[in-house]
Ligand binder design. Structure first.
Ligand SMILES: [Zn+2]
Length: 108
């Protein structure tokens, strides 16, 4: 596709009037009070609209297990890889709230 003709400044301005970026809509999770994107699952506790969608504890354990296997197959330090995977599984300092939320669910 080629540009057919030179546009007027007004035309260009009108087109560019829709080019502004918008900040993402961020809300706080009602379950663990961590920030999350609207219309998406909470990445910290794995709930959506008050319902648990993903078991985040199991997900974390799985990723650690996968890192262990990977480190073993590559002949790397397994302990170091495990620690790294643990850190990556909990991106924020919200680890304590996430585990609290999980324990709360276990009581129910
Ligand atoms: Zn949450």
């Amino acid at each position: 596709m080629t540009v057919r003709m030179r546009h007027t400044r007004a035309h260009t301005g009108n087109r560019r009037s829709h080019h502004a970026l918008q900040a993402p809509q961020i809300s706080t999770c009602p379950n663990c009070s961590a920030p999350y994107m609207r219309h998406r699952m909470c990445p910290t506790c794995g709930t959506y609209r008050g319902r648990e969608v993903v078991d985040m504890v199991a997900k974390k354990e799985r990723s650690i297990e996968r890192a262990k296997v990977k480190a073993k197959s590559r002949g790397l330090d397994v302990h170091e890889a495990t620690e790294k995977a643990k850190e990556e599984a909990t991106p924020t300092k919200k680890k304590s709230t996430a585990t609290k939320a999980a324990s709360k669910k276990a009581k129910k």
